[in-house]
Design a protein around this ligand. Structure first.
Ligand code: URA
Length: 243
């Protein structure tokens, strides 16, 4: 790729600013000063330095965010805080976007990436990627609800959901539950409970495909996925595709 594109992608300014930087002699490829903006570089093989510091280029970024309540799963909004507003500049420059949406009041696992292909595969309705949620439900969740979820419930718009796996973790006037769904209809978990006459009062996503929420992340914190986690996501997709 062109050196000016690489440097401007990772945050060294506009193409014009990068051109100036190159002209100043601050940029070296493999220890040789490069002043020509159109010079090509292979960032996976050649070491690029700016003012003597090596720069790291990556095409894709994969972030796991523990989404806090009160922020929306969008890349920009004129009035509300978005998940992208929670990112450091060094990560935001890669222009990641959320893979699917969590409601404003929902917490937990949200993957952010600029890898359109992986995102598409994870969200494709054909792939049925399982998503696991923890929820607190106002009302007593019963064995009948488990059975209804297993059969699929009819939502307010008449749509019958795919079978969902419901586990009761704590019974009482409010119940703690875990539910696994394999599709992503708007407000799906909340509407599934409405369909059986109950209300979700707290919702947290804890897993998407093979990717589990890292419990060491505080609300609003995020980290890059490990290479193993990215591989796991890709392989899970392949398996789902073949199966
Ligand atoms: N289901 C919901 O109702 N809300 C979410 O944020 C995610 C799944």
């Amino acid at each position: 790729m062109r050196i000016d594109k690489m440097l401007s992608t990772i945050g060294f300014g506009s193409r014009k600013e990068v051109k100036k930087l190159l002209k100043s002699g601050a940029v070296k490829i493999e220890n040789v000063i490069v002043k020509d903006s159109s010079k090509h570089v292979d960032p996976t093989k050649e070491i690029v330095t700016v003012h003597g510091d090596a720069v790291v280029y990556k095409e894709f970024i994969y972030l796991m965010l523990n989404k806090p309540p009160g922020v929306i799963s969008a890349t920009e909004d004129s009035s509300q805080k978005t998940v992208i507003d929670l990112l450091e500049m060094d990560d935001a420059i890669y222009e990641p976007f959320p893979v699917g949406r969590l409601d404003k009041d929902t917490e937990g696992l949200l993957l952010l990436t600029n890898d359109g292909q992986l995102s598409h595969q994870l969200l494709s309705p054909k792939k049925h990627v399982p998503k696991i949620y923890f929820a607190v439900i106002e009302g007593v969740v019963t064995k009948e609800d488990i059975e209804e979820f297993k059969q699929g419930v009819i939502l307010d718009d008449g749509y019958k959901t795919l079978p969902a796996d419901l586990t009761i973790l704590k019974e009482g006037i409010s119940s703690d539950i875990e539910v696994t769904i394999t599709e992503g209809k708007f407000h799906q978990v909340k509407r599934m409970f409405e369909a059986v006459g109950k209300r979700v009062v707290y919702l947290q996503r804890i897993q998407m495909g093979p990717l589990r929420l890292d419990r060491t992340l505080e609300l609003g914190e995020y980290r890059e996925l490990t290479e193993e986690e990215v591989e796991l996501l890709r392989n899970a997709n392949n398996k789902i595709e073949k199966g």
